[in-house]
Design a protein around this ligand. Structure first.
Ligand SMILES: Nc1ncnc2c1ncn2[C@@H]1O[C@H](COP(=O)(O)OP(=O)(O)OP(=O)(O)O)[C@@H](O)[C@H]1O
Ligand SMILES: [Mg+2]
Length: 263
């Protein structure tokens, strides 16, 4: 008997016209695993999260979560099953407080009742270091705190799989280090994480497995140093001097980063 992965994509294909997001792509993530995804701008990384979260439909293939086929169920139902995601461009309700944003996430996203949603919101605040900002309107938060709120909102839905989309983009080195600690803490609770990030050093500080999306397929998949040393990965990870980024010359290995590229 084989053990079913937490998340499994089987032969998934997705195209936007000529743009290939996934081409017969198969990929599995185990419970509690932390996997990093890099790739050039526009490779389809965010779209891949859309396929997993249910915001986008696959053209072909199957997605399973905890052994259950979820290919045709919507994002709200997938969230309740335990798939939480952040968005590359944070999407809080700006006129609501931080705490209210988390209550909405816990109730609407996580399907929690009132008492449980308060507990989930408080825990998400503590996990992400936002307790001091609980009563601030979300629109008053700075970039780091908005990134934390995005993470907290995903956490409040009580995921067993957390999808992080460039939460470190645009942050200073100390802020990135704080974020890395938060992600470590989340994973220490047993939550599996898939983290898309151009800030390679943030990824390698946390992930045990790395892969690179390009042309609808994963190029390299395995131990992070080996994947970053892979010639094919270097070739597709355009404009990127991975060695310099890892050596400390720059934290940001992305050619241009992609902060706000979807806005
Ligand atoms: N809903 C959509 N309809 C049509 N094309 C889309 C849609 N969403 C994304 N695309 C296109 O698909 C490609 C991949 O976009 P995506 O945002 O997934 O890339 P990415 O790897 O996340 O890039 P980045 O590193 O810049 O964040 C781009 O060419 C984008 O313009
Ligand atoms: Mg993206």
């Amino acid at each position: 008997m084989t053990t079913e992965a937490l998340l499994a994509l089987e032969h998934v294909t997705k195209r936007f016209g000529q743009v290939v997001i996934a081409e017969d792509l198969s990929f599995a993530v185990g419970a509690g695993e932390v996997v990093g995804i890099v790739g050039p701008n526009g490779a389809g990384k965010t779209s891949l999260f859309g396929l997993i979260s249910g915001d986008l439909a696959c053209d072909a293939g199957e997605i399973r979560f905890t052994g259950r086929v979820i290919t045709r169920i919507g994002p709200a139902a997938r969230c309740r099953l335990g798939i939480g995601r952040t968005y590359q461009v944070p999407r809080p309700f700006g006129d609501m407080t931080v705490f209210e944003n988390l209550l909405v996430a816990a109730q609407q996203g996580g399907g929690l009742r009132r008492r449980a949603s308060y507990a989930a919101a408080v825990e998400a605040l503590e996990r992400t270091g936002l307790s001091g900002q609980a009563n601030l309107p979300a629109e008053r938060l700075g970039l780091l705190q908005r990134k934390r709120l995005e993470l907290a909102r995903a956490m409040a839905t009580q995921p067993t799989l957390l999808l992080l989309d460039e939460v470190a983009g645009g942050l200073t080195d100390p802020e990135v280090a704080q974020l890395v600690e938060i992600v470590r803490g989340v994973n220490a609770q047993g939550i599996a994480v898939i983290w898309i990030e151009h800030v390679v050093r943030a990824l390698t500080a946390v992930v045990s497995r790395l892969t690179c999306l390009a042309g609808g397929v994963f190029v390299g998949d395995g131990e992070p140093d080996a994947v970053l040393a892979n010639t094919a990965v270097r070739e597709v990870f355009l404009g990127t001097d991975v060695t310099a980024a890892l050596a400390g010359g720059s934290l940001d290995a992305g050619s241009a980063g992609s902060e706000g590229s979807q806005s």
